[in-house]
Design a protein around this ligand. Structure first.
Ligand SMILES: *Cc1c(COP(=O)(O)O)cnc(C)c1O
Length: 355
């Protein structure tokens, strides 16, 4: 059994590690500005275009730093004056906080909901809308339909690759590789529509730290490079995941792997005498990060601790939520049979503690 159920970093497929070892002697320790590594970046870009069925007017950008860096880059290169944010957990609130501190932007408009819920989607008169496809801290997924005149900036860090999306519903769909893509962290990837590319071009005259410049990132990405040196190992792991997800039959097939795993968890919790899904509205329940509350006599932290001692790790809830809860990451790389073993292990530990 593979006991890695983290919500990020998440399980890295053993096959991806073997592919990394095979490529290591020729690629690790070589220049990212030469063809062998640039070809890896090129394959990531074309493989993502295929996986997300992007229209050919869309472009795949990438750079160093991860999704949190991308928030800062968006403050310079995507938000013109004012953005609206759907805030329903830690990650969505952090982007809104970054915008609020930004001296050249107006205070953001907030649409908020309590953790475990999702705000309703009503776009106001802003030039950018900040959505979070999957709020990793609470296990809530949001859906939306385009409306309003702003750019749709979708934080897809824990959704991309494991939840279906229609590219016509976003302008920027950005993520880091250590969640559904089962790779190492430190990189951001952004799938950009022509509307987003126009905005990046029109904001090039705004002073921007070069490392956060999306204009520079666009130029470099078109050459299959990044502005500064990337981790070649991260690129190789990401390339392998993109290949693997495409080989499953594309995004819908990848998403159904996660959906089957999370459905099994929610069904188990709903039938359990001591557990229940934290997210009460079933349509908001995340297909990739399942949050499960325990009833009081059962101590979730103690259960996590015992499972951890037995090699089943990273089921702790998001620290700031401070609930009697397990949070279970079931990205596509997690095997359904391991989910079944996990649920049996939880039942066994709870039964043993109670007797
Ligand atoms: C993990 C996560 C981030 C932060 O990603 P980093 O790679 O650590 O910058 C941002 N948004 C969401 C929704 C996440 O799950």
């Amino acid at each position: 059994m593979d006991g890695r159920f983290g919500s990020g970093p998440s399980k890295v497929r053993p096959e991806a590690l073997q592919a990394l070892v095979r490529a290591a002697n020729t690629l690790l320790g070589t220049s990212h500005r030469r063809d062998p590594v640039r070809d890896v970046v090129g394959e990531i870009r074309s493989g993502l275009t295929e996986l997300f069925a992007l229209p050919d007017t869309y472009e795949v950008l990438l750079g160093n730093g991860g999704a949190a860096f991308f928030w800062d880059a968006a403050c310079f290169g995507l938000i013109h004056e004012q953005s609206q944010h759907w805030v329903f957990g830690e990650f969505s609130s952090k982007f809104a906080a970054a915008v609020r501190e930004c001296p050249h932007l107006k205070d953001p408009v907030l649409s908020q909901a309590q953790p475990g819920d999702c705000p309703s989607f009503e776009p106001s008169d802003c030039d950018a809308y900040a959505l979070t496809h999957n709020e990793t801290s609470t296990g809530v997924s949001m859906s939306w339909q385009r409306g309003g005149d702003g750019l749709f900036l979708v934080d897809a860090t824990s959704a991309a690759g494991g939840v279906f999306v229609d590219p016509l519903q976003f302008d920027v769909y950005y993520f880091s590789p250590q969640k559904c893509f089962a790779a190492e962290a430190g990189l951001w990837v952004a799938l950009c529509s022509p509307f987003a590319l126009d905005r990046i071009a029109s904001l090039r005259t705004r002073w921007t730290p070069p490392s956060l410049s999306l204009g520079i990132a666009l130029d470099e990405s078109r050459r299959n490079q990044t502005y500064n040196t990337p981790s070649v190992a991260t690129l190789l792991l990401l390339r392998d995941s993109v290949r693997w997800l495409n080989s499953l039959g594309g995004l819908a097939a990848a998403a159904s792997r996660s959906r089957e795993s999370s459905d099994a968890i929610y069904a188990w919790a709903s039938a359990s005498s001591f557990a229940r899904p934290f997210v009460t509205d079933p349509t908001n329940r995340s297909p990739v990060v399942a949050t499960i509350d325990f009833d009081e006599p059962v101590d979730a932290a103690r259960v996590c601790q015992i499972l951890r001692q037995n090699g089943i790790v990273d089921l702790e809830p998001y620290r700031k939520l401070a609930r009697n809860q397990l949070r279970i990451g079931v990205y596509p790389a997690v095997d359904r049979s391991d989910v079944d073993k996990l649920l049996r292990a939880i039942d066994f530990v709870v039964e043993t503690l109670g007797s």
